[in-house]
Design a protein. Structure first.
Length: 356
């Protein structure tokens, strides 16, 4: 009479079969995604995962520090990122972290070269995280800040937060000293992140972006970018950013925008400042005109509650859709504007209790 297999042996065989099935599904999914990416001429994340990194992008700030590659994952998939770490940081030292969200048509290296933020980070000793949007998520590498109706925007925000957590855990970033910066689509995503997770950030800076709540999908994003959507006609804000408790705790906001921006209407700048001021119960102080040398002049308005600044609005006369004071010959970069990189650091450093 044949011997019956034990229950333990049966369970072991079932576990092995299940593991084999799951592994096969994962590999098939990766191969399918790689074929799809190859057909669309994309050299982005999935081919890199399947075939390995075929080339390493040039270090945008050679000699100033390390240009570290990383990968964050979440329910919205995976995103690569780059981290700039200044030279000479001893093991165990915790540094402030500035999160830089690039605009459409850019990648981390492009954004680093244009803003020259790494040069400032090397001098002032802070880390700079550059999450990278995938072409598979958006063909132009735009962060999908507008797509709150489907949940895609919130999913990408969670991925960026996962990258931040990873850098805090593995690379010595101080979780209590994190600030957000974004350009264009990156500015919209930075503002959304700040409203979804307000307790995680000490400050946020929007350069040429759209504030949250003015669009919920691609169909009304263009109207919002053109400034055709005002407070009275704005789409409802995501539930997680409409609660009074969350709104009252939003981190201080710096808004920088050009008066000649034909991509994102300058009315979005005032609307972003208005949102933050209303959330904090802040009122505008008198406007002041500032000009440094021959650079474009700017009008600056602080929105205050008592002595505390909830938002600062900087409108630059003559600036188009570009990083103000950015490196010459870089896309979306205007060297004739006042130095946005320095302005942002001065604003952020005060909130991080650092010398600016």
């Amino acid at each position: 009479m044949p011997k019956r297999p034990s229950a333990t042996a049966a369970l072991r065989r079932a576990w092995r079969k299940g593991l084999s099935t799951v592994t096969g599904q994962v590999l098939r999914t990766a191969r399918d995604a790689a074929r799809q990416a190859k057909r669309s001429a994309s050299s982005d994340l999935v081919p890199d995962l399947v075939h390995g990194m075929r080339k390493t992008p040039a270090h945008p700030s050679p000699g100033l520090g390390d240009w570290i590659a990383g990968l964050a994952s979440g329910r919205a998939g995976m995103r690569r990122f780059r981290l700039f770490r200044p030279s000479g940081v001893p093991v165990g030292e915790r540094l402030p972290l500035l999160v830089m969200l690039h605009g459409c048509g850019q990648d981390p290296a492009d954004f680093a070269r244009s803003t020259r933020m790494n040069r400032l980070a090397a001098r002032e000793r802070f880390l700079v995280l550059y999450p990278a949007q995938s072409r598979l998520a958006n063909p132009q590498r735009c962060w999908n800040w507008f797509d709150t109706e489907s949940g895609r925007a919130q999913g990408e925000a969670a991925l960026i937060l996962a990258a931040i957590d990873q850098v805090c855990l593995l690379h010595g970033a101080d979780r209590e000293r994190v600030a957000l910066v974004g350009l264009s689509a990156g500015a919209g995503m930075a503002a959304l992140l700040a409203t979804l997770y307000p307790s995680r950030f000490k400050a946020v800076a929007m350069h040429s972006g759209v504030p949250p709540g003015l669009a919920t999908s691609a169909t009304n994003a263009l109207r919002a970018m053109r400034g055709s959507v005002g407070p009275a006609t704005a789409a409802p804000a995501p539930a997680s950013m409409s609660t009074s408790n969350a709104a009252s705790a939003w981190p201080p906001l710096l808004v920088i925008h050009g008066t000649r921006d034909r991509v994102v209407g300058s009315s979005n700048a005032y609307e972003a400042a208005r949102q933050w001021a209303e959330a904090a119960g802040a009122k505008p102080a008198p406007a002041r005109l500032v000009q440094r040398g021959r650079r474009w002049p700017m009008t600056v308005v602080d929105f205050k509650r008592g002595r505390a600044v909830a938002a600062t609005l900087v409108e630059i006369d003559g600036l188009a859709h570009a990083w103000s004071g950015g490196a010459a010959k870089e896309a979306f970069s205007d060297p004739a504007g006042p130095d946005a990189t320095a302005m942002i650091w001065r604003f952020v450093a005060k909130r991080l209790a650092l010398k600016a």
